[in-house]
Ligand binder design. Sequence first.
Ligand code: NAD
Length: 260
Amino acid sequence: TLKSKVAVVTGSTSGIGLAIAKGFAAEGANVVINGFGKPEDIERERAGIESGYGVKALYSAADMTKPEDIASVIKLAETELGGVDVLVNNAGIQFVSPIEDFPPEKWEQIIAINLSSAFYAMHHAIPLMKAKKWGRIINTASAHSLVASPFKSAYVAAKHGIAGLTKTAALETASSGITVNCISPGYVWTPLVESQIPDTMKARGLTKEQVINDVLLHAQPTKQFVTVEQVAALAVFLCSDAASQITGANIPIDGGWTAQ
Ligand code: NAD
């Protein structure tokens, strides 16, 4: 149970992050959700978490490309909810293009959101966790933290970076009651995956069906998408007492993708 704990989940207005925030709320945690979207959609999700699980749910519009915004989301949890016990660095975007055509500003944006934001959030949250001698940090990495695919240079570089950052943070906090791990999903059916299909069609000259079956599920021996609920259940487990000796790990949840 996460009763009376406070969880900050970045990039949680949709997809995996939203499912993780709900998974924590179902365990009794108060949560801070974050990300972009239509204000009325975000408010519906926020209010739904409060009423559905009987916890406090706050929303922060912090932009994960901005270090001062990242500081503000941690501060919000500290001042309004009493700290940050669980931090999930989950915000992420994708961009699909060969390196020679890859827009430099997209490279910078992906490194900022998918990698640097985790550094800044940990920078501000670790002291709060150390003070309580308890903390759980979970970074949403990817199968692309372990293996590469063509046309995803920035994403693969950022996710390999997250895997290394996770190990370093785990070593630095190992004697402080804090665990730091990454979860590495294969293909999960979310807006992030759906929205990259047109660019992959273009980059590889394929139809939508071919991209789904021959590119996406081709990588995944089970031939099934991972669900957001399955990723959330793993995140909840990593916060449990049973997981207190799991730190510095990179746990795939990828239908066998990285076994190949
Ligand atoms: P998603 O697009 O559904 O969710 C991404 C979230 O990040 C949204 O809430 C969005 O508003 C938020 N976000 C984007 N830019 C932001 C910014 N600058 N500041 C703050 N929030 C921002 O995608 P998802 O598939 O749920 O992805 C979540 C994480 O899971 C990402 O880190 C992604 O790389 C990772 N992942 C996804 C898959 C997959 O197959 N879907 C696989 C492996 C890893």
